[in-house]
Design a protein around this ligand. Structure first.
Ligand SMILES: Cc1ncc(COP(=O)(O)O)c(C=O)c1O
Length: 507
C-alpha cells in the first residue's frame, strides 16, 4: 500500500462509525425505562395477550431490512403497536399456563446492564469480575441445595441446555463401546427436554428406558430397581437416571433420598431435573419435599421459572465439579492466551458455549437488592395460591381434582353436573351421583375447549396436559404479582365458561 492510500485510510477512519449521539441515547434510554415501568404498573389491567395467525403477523411485521434507519421513537411505537399486542404476557398475574416467568425489576435492570456492558463471560482473562459473580451465585445455589464442596456448575440458557449438559457430562467417562449399550432411565413424567438431550447425545430410542410412575405420578425406587435388574440381565449397561423435583405436569417430586441411595448402590448417575421445583428449597416445607436432592450427581435448576428472573436463566450443578471441565475443555491455538490459573474458571470450559453473556448479573442483583427472603416469600405464597385455588375448585362439584397441589401446581378438570350444579359442593353426598354421563372423550374435548375459551377472554391463560391419558387443566403459580383475587377470578371464569359450553353441547 502506498503512502497516499495509508493517508486516505487514516482520514477515513479518524472518527468512529456514526452512531446515535449520547444525548439522544440517554433520552431514548430513559424513554424505554419509562415505557417499561408503565407497562409493569398497568400489567394487571392489560389484556393478557393474543395469538395472531402467521399471515396476520407477517403482514404487520414482515418486510425487507431497511437500508436506512429511522428515529428510535418511531420504531419503539411500531414495537408497541404491532409486536406487543401479538404476544402473551407470561408475567401477567393470571397467566397460569405451562411454567410462566415473572421477573422482578432488579432482574430486568440486570438484563439491561448485562446487554449494555456486554462482558464476555466465557473466559476469566476477559471477565474476572463477571466470572466471580457467576461463581458466587453458583455457590449460593450449591449451599441452598445442600450439595458438597467440590460441586461446580454453570449458568445456562435454561433447563433444556442444563439437562443436555448434564447428560453429556455423565456420559463422558464411558468408553465408546459402553456408550452403545448404556441405558438411561427416565420417568414417564419427565420433561421432554430430557428426550431431546438424549437424542442430541446420540442415544438410540432403545437406550431410553421409561419407568412407569406410581399412582401418585412418582418414580419409585422399586420400579427403578426392577428396570435396572432387567437391563443388567440383558447385558445392557445401566448408566444414568433422570428424576424429577417438581414435574412439569403435576409439580410432583420423586423420592430423591431413596433414589439417590439406589443409584449409589447401582453405580448409576442420578440427574435431578429440578428446573421448576428447586426454589422450594427456600422453604421448610419444600426442603422436606426435596430431601435428598443434595446427594444427586447433577441437578438442573431454572431461576427463570420460580425465582423471579428474566428468561435465559438456567443452571446446572455437578457434584464432582471437575467433570465439567474434563468434558468440555478444548484449547485451539487461537485460545492459547486464555489459559486460566488453577484457581480460575473459564466458563467456556464448563459447558457448551464459548461466547456467553453475563447471565449471573440479574441473579446477583435480584438477590442483593431484594434479599433471599423476598424469593422465599415468593415460593411460599405461590404454594399458598395453589392451595387456595384447590380449595376454591373443591367448593364446586363441577371441578374434579386430578392431581392435588404439589409445590405450586394443581391439576383438575371440569365435569358438568346435572342441572348445571348449584355452585356449592353438596356436603356428604355422593358427588358422582349428580354427574352428567359424558364419555371420557367428550370430557377431554370439553376441557380443551374451556382452555381456548378462557384464553379468548383476554383475562386469563391456563394450559392443559394429559394425566393417565385424560385431559387435565393446570394451574401453575410462580408470579409475585398474582393475588387471591386473581385466583378467584380465574376459577369464576372457568366455571362460567364450563357451564356455557356444556349447556351448548347438551342443547
Ligand atoms: C422440569 C423441567 N425441566 C426442563 C425444562 C426445560 O427448561 P427450559 O424451558 O428452561 O429450557 C422445563 C420447562 O418447563 C421443565 O419444567
Amino acid at each position: 500500500m502506498n503512502a497516499s492510500s495509508v493517508d486516505y485510510l487514516r482520514m477515513e477512519l479518524k472518527e468512529p462509525l456514526e452512531h446515535p449521539d449520547w444525548a439522544a441515547c440517554e433520552q431514548t434510554g430513559m424513554e424505554v425505562v419509562r415505557w417499561l415501568v408503565r407497562h409493569h404498573v398497568t400489567l394487571s389491567e392489560q389484556p393478557i395477550g393474543r395469538t395472531g395467525s402467521r399471515e396476520q403477523v407477517e403482514a404487520l411485521l414482515g418486510g425487507p431490512a431497511p437500508e436506512h434507519g429511522r428515529a428510535f421513537a418511531e420504531v419503539l411505537q411500531e414495537f408497541t403497536n404491532k409486536v406487543m399486542p401479538n404476544a402473551f404476557k407470561t408475567n401477567h398475574p393470571r397467566f397460569l399456563a405451562f411454567i410462566p416467568g415473572a421477573p422482578n425489576f432488579p432482574s430486568i435492570l440486570g438484563e439491561l446492564l448485562c446487554a449494555g456492558t456486554n462482558f464476555f463471560a466465557g473466559v476469566w482473562l476477559e471477565a474476572a469480575g463477571p466470572s466471580q459473580v457467576e461463581l458466587t451465585v453458583l455457590e449460593w445455589f450449591r449451599v441452598l441445595l445442600g450439595m458438597p464442596a467440590g460441586t461446580s456448575g454453570i449458568l445456562t440458557s435454561g433447563g433444556s441446555e442444563a439437562n443436555l449438559t448434564a447428560l453429556t457430562v455423565a456420559r463422558e467417562p464411558l468408553s465408546f463401546q459402553d456408550r452403545e449399550r448404556a441405558v438411561l432411565y427416565v420417568t414417564e413424567q419427565r420433561h421432554w427436554s430430557v428426550d431431546r438431550a438424549a437424542k442430541i447425545i446420540g442415544l438410540r430410542p432403545e437406550q431410553i428406558h421409561p419407568v412407569p410412575a406410581d399412582q401418585d405420578f412418582r418414580l419409585t425406587p422399586e420400579a427403578l430397581r426392577k428396570a435396572i435388574q432387567q437391563d443388567r440381565s440383558a447385558t445392557r449397561l445401566p448408566w444414568a437416571v433422570v428424576a424429577n423435583a417438581g414435574a412439569t405436569n403435576t409439580g410432583v417430586v420423586d423420592p430423591l433420598e431413596s433414589l439417590s441411595g439406589l443409584c449409589r448402590d447401582e453405580k448409576v448417575w442420578l440427574h435431578v431435573d429440578a428446573a421448576y421445583g428447586w426454589s422450594a428449597m427456600l422453604t421448610p416445607e419444600g426442603r422436606r419435599e426435596l430431601e435428598g436432592i443434595g446427594d444427586c450427581d447433577s441437578v438442573t435448576l431454572d431461576p427463570h421459572k420460580w425465582f423471579g428472573q428474566c428468561f435465559e436463566s438456567g443452571c446446572l450443578l455437578v457434584r464432582e465439579g471437575k467433570r465439567l471441565a474434563e468434558t468440555f475443555t478444548l484449547r485451539p491455538e487461537y485460545m492459547q492466551d486464555v489459559e486460566p490459573e488453577t484457581d480460575q474458571i473459564n466458563f467456556c470450559d464448563q459447558g457448551i458455549a464459548l461466547t456467553r453473556r453475563f447471565r449471573a448479573l440479574k441473579l446477583w442483583l435480584s438477590v442483593k437488592v431484594l434479599g433471599l427472603d423476598w424469593h422465599r416469600e415468593l415460593v411460599s405464597r405461590s404454594c399458598q395460591l395453589a392451595e387456595l385455588s384447590q380449595a376454591l375448585l373443591e367448593q364446586h362439584p363441577e371441578f374434579e381434582i386430578l392431581c392435588p397441589r404439589h409445590l405450586s401446581i394443581v391439576c383438575f378438570r371440569y365435569r358438568p353436573v346435572e342441572g348445571g350444579g348449584d355452585g356449592e359442593r353438596r356436603r356428604g353426598g355422593d358427588e358422582n351421583s349428580s354427574r352428567l354421563r359424558l364419555s371420557e372423550e367428550e370430557l377431554d374435548s370439553l376441557n380443551l375447549s374451556i382452555v381456548d375459551e378462557l384464553r379468548a377472554t383476554g383475562k386469563a391463560f391456563i394450559s392443559s396436559t394429559r394425566l393417565r391419558g385424560r385431559v387435565a387443566l393446570r394451574f401453575c403459580f410462580v408470579n409475585w404479582r398474582t393475588t387471591a383475587a386473581d385466583v378467584e377470578e380465574v376459577v369464576r371464569l372457568l366455571l362460567e365458561i364450563g357451564k356455557t359450553l356444556s349447556s351448548e353441547r347438551a342443547g
